[in-house]
Design a protein around this ligand. Structure first.
Ligand code: SF4
Ligand code: SF4
Length: 366
């Protein structure tokens, strides 16, 4: 990764907005997580004034690229991703990333998914045979749906069947490479992107619908940067379902809902209105906003849970706490990683936590 000098200079070291917008910092009080300090560390290292070690490595990996500090930063147009990735790559290549991150690399190389599941153990095991026909949509589930929350995929397929939409799904789907990119494995990420791009382009379809915001962001934004531009439209499932909202009939519910914006759907892709429209029009939901919502919304800990589960749990607990205080009984999100993190953090409370697709499926009038 290249160091983004412009982004480094877009900082007056005010500290305040960085500090108070960063959930990992608030949980750990470790300044090395913050953008300011990251810039300083990169500067020191590149001027041979800093020795890297595992402690510094842990701090750098406790930033989960949620972009919340970017939203609060006084500089418009600041992009924290290049330097986050630059610092992680520096740590990774020098062998100071958390051990679990090297395990993820091994899994991505060997099994082409972050979890090390071989194809015989895959959880989405229904056969979706395809032929030479053109399908309405190509479904890309992503690692977190495929290996952590496969019921989200089943719910989507049920909704598609009800809408009479034809779809194709590659049972041997591989990781999109965005996690690898975020964790400092740029070369591996490029290989995965290339392989994925070739695999997906073998199918004939009108639109690609992606179930995981991280992958959707990857296909919409990052792939293009590497020269892989899909000829078909790529949408997140909330955009897709929103277009069919008048064709979906659901039963009434008295649930008191809260909706959590996933970072990669909201701050990264600007998809705020579609999930809200679905909740309002289908379920008549009101008062579902968190105190901090949309661009300001809290992060669930993101991919930190893949290598530091306890730390990520602490971050998710803030969201669960607000839910409890608000008296809601259902928490909905639109990201399988948020879902997985929140379910773990909320396992001992009465609040039920669902992906929006599951929630629609549960209430479908068949
Ligand atoms: S909020 Fe912006 S200007 Fe302030 S310390 Fe953070 S990156 Fe620098
Ligand atoms: S991107 Fe998120 S986790 Fe990283 S420093 Fe900014 S607020 Fe903290």
């Amino acid at each position: 990764m290249k160091l983004d000098i412009k982004s480094q200079r877009q900082c007056i070291y005010c500290h305040n907005f960085c500090k108070f917008s960063c959930s990992p910092y608030l949980s750990e009080k470790d300044q090395k997580i913050l953008q300011t300090q990251k810039n300083y560390l990169i500067y020191l290292h590149n001027n041979k004034k800093l020795k890297l070690d595992a402690e510094l490595g842990r701090s750098v990996y406790l930033c989960n690229d949620c972009k919340r500090c970017e939203y609060y930063c006084i500089y418009d147009g600041k992009d924290v991703l290049p330097n986050n990735r630059y610092s992680k790559e520096l740590i990774f290549k020098n062998g100071f990333a958390p051990d679990e991150v090297y395990k993820i690399e091994e899994n991505l190389k060997k099994y082409k998914n972050a979890f090390g599941l071989d194809t015989k153990k895959k959880k989405i095991n229904k056969s979706y045979h395809h032929d030479d026909n053109e399908y309405d949509i190509y479904i890309y589930s992503g690692d977190y749906v495929k290996h952590l929350e496969p019921q989200v995929f089943d719910s989507f397929v049920k909704i598609l069947d009800m809408l009479d939409i034809s779809y194709v799904y590659d049972e041997d789907e591989i990781s999109d490479g965005i996690l690898a990119l975020d964790l400092g494995m740029a070369d591996l990420s490029k290989n995965l992107m290339e392989e994925n791009f070739c695999k997906i382009n073998k199918y004939k379809f009108k639109k690609m619908v992606v179930l995981s915001p991280e992958c959707c962001y990857g296909f919409k934004v990052e792939y293009e940067k590497f020269g892989y531009k899909f000829k078909n439209n790529v949408v997140h499932y909330t955009e897709f379902i929103n277009d069919y909202i008048n064709n979906i009939k659901v039963s009434k519910t008295n649930d008191r809902i809260k909706y959590l914006d996933p970072c990669k759907l909201g701050r990264f892709l600007g998809i705020f209105e579609e999930p809200r429209n679905i909740l309002t029009k289908l379920f008549g939901a009101k008062d579902f906003e968190f105190f901090k919502n949309k661009e300001e919304s809290n992060c669930c800990g993101g991919y930190i849970s893949l290598y530091d589960r306890d730390f990520s749990n602490n971050i998710s607990m803030d969201i669960i706490r607000e839910c409890k205080e608000s008296g809601c009984n259902v928490l909905i999100t639109a990201c399988p990683l948020c879902l997985n993190n929140l379910k773990r953090a909320g396992s001992d409370c009465r609040i039920k936590i669902y992906d929006l697709l599951e929630y629609i499926d549960m209430h479908l009038e068949r």
